[in-house]
Design a protein around this ligand. Structure first.
Ligand code: NDP
Length: 327
């Protein structure tokens, strides 16, 4: 069958991840990267990847089946999303949870008018975690759902540690609390505050002559960020920070436990352990680009989310092959 022709709009971490993920999916081809920057200033992973300016996109409506939007959720997607959904079937990773309903409406109108399909908020959270919350809530109506994040690098908390006087560099990881996870897995349906579900670990490079004890005290007592958490601080060298803490690991768990009778407790668990958050998120975007293309061909236009997509639409295999192999 014909290849699905993909365009990448915005070339940061996620854009690079999409370029890499297309290589792993033989039914897709990359038409090009589209950026707001001077294309000459953008170096791609692939030596023969074509880079163009975003202003050229309107002349590519016949060349691109699905445009994957890789801009940031805060400032880029709210502006780029509706403009590009009027021209292309799109997939994006809009992840400002509280604003999803508003963004859905902003994408639905132009996509419906243009006959395109706008697949929004694809990734792992929102995304795969949302699907797992849906399945487990529907399956166990008498139950409680818990989401744990980590071990993951938190950009916001790393920045907060870097602002402490005496700190030359830092990385902060959020970790799920083993105690809390064990309690949830036991089926006891505990009530857990956010600070009981997660712990925090900081790797800090000190400035010359800085007082380690004072820096540690300033970090663990920092209001909002650390004071209510169990926080560990490790002091390391600048070389160790660069060598061991430049990757962007993340992941987490969605666990629901519920009761089908007084005697029977049931637990459903979904786990992601990711070496690279952007590379994995990009793999999810590319998979959903296949579904978006198929939905559009079936006439399902307007905005859709991962909750609207049937699983078989994600696979490059035929429904017959899937029945034979997976059922
Ligand atoms: P980046 O900051 O790396 O990239 C965002 C945009 O910034 C790019 O599209 C690019 O646009 C521009 N940009 C990138 N590098 C440079 C540079 N060197 N100089 C100038 N501009 C640059 O963000 P990420 O790719 O890491 O993440 C994008 C979004 O993905 C996040 O905002 C987050 O919302 C979402 N996300 C969602 C997840 C989920 O589970 N749903 C998980 C992870 C991320 P241009 O090429 O046009 O300049």
């Amino acid at each position: 069958s014909e290849h699905i022709r993909i365009g990448i709009a915005g070339y940061g971490n996620l854009g690079r991840g999409v370029e890499a993920a297309i290589d792993k999916n033989p039914d897709m081809t990359l038409v090009g990267v589209f950026t707001r920057r001077d294309p000459a200033q953008v170096t791609t992973l692939g030596a023969d990847t074509v880079v163009r300016t975003m202003t050229e996109l309107p002349s590519f409506t016949d060349e691109i089946d699905v445009l994957i939007l890789c801009g940031g959720s805060k400032d880029d997607l709210p502006v780029q999303g509706p403009e590009l959904a009027a021209l292309f079937t799109t997939v994006d990773s809009f992840d400002t949870h509280a604003r999803v309903p508003e963004y859905f409406a902003a994408m639905d109108a132009p996509a419906t008018a243009a006959g395109t399909t706008a697949m929004i908020s694809v990734g792992w959270d929102p995304g795969l975690f949302s699907i797992n919350r849906l399945y487990s809530e529907a399956l166990l109506p008498d139950g409680d759902t818990y989401t744990f994040w980590g071990r993951g690098l938190s950009q916001g908390h790393s920045d907060a540690v870097r602002r402490v006087p005496g700190v030359a560099g830092a990385a902060q990881y959020t970790l799920p609390s083993d105690t809390a996870i064990d309690a949830v897995r036991s089926g006891s349906r505990p009530v857990l505050a956010t600070n009981q579900k997660h712990t925090r670990e900081c790797f800090v490079v000190l400035e010359d002559g800085a007082d380690a004890a004072a820096v540690e005290q300033a970090i663990v007592t920092m209001p909002h960020y650390f004071d209510e958490y169990d926080t560990t601080v490790h002091f390391i060298s600048a070389e160790e920070l660069a060598r061991d803490h430049s990757a962007m690991p993340h992941g987490g768990f969605v666990i629901r436990s519920g009761n089908t009778s007084t005697e029977a407790s049931q637990t459903i668990e979904y786990r992601l352990a990711l070496d690279s958050n952007p590379e994995f998120t990009a793999s999810v975007l590319v998979t959903y680009a296949r579904a978006a293309h198929r939905l559009n061909q079936q006439g399902r236009t307007g905005a859709v989310t991962v909750l609207d997509v049937a699983p078989a639409l994600l696979s490059p295999k035929t429904p017959a092959a899937l029945r034979a192999e997976l059922l």
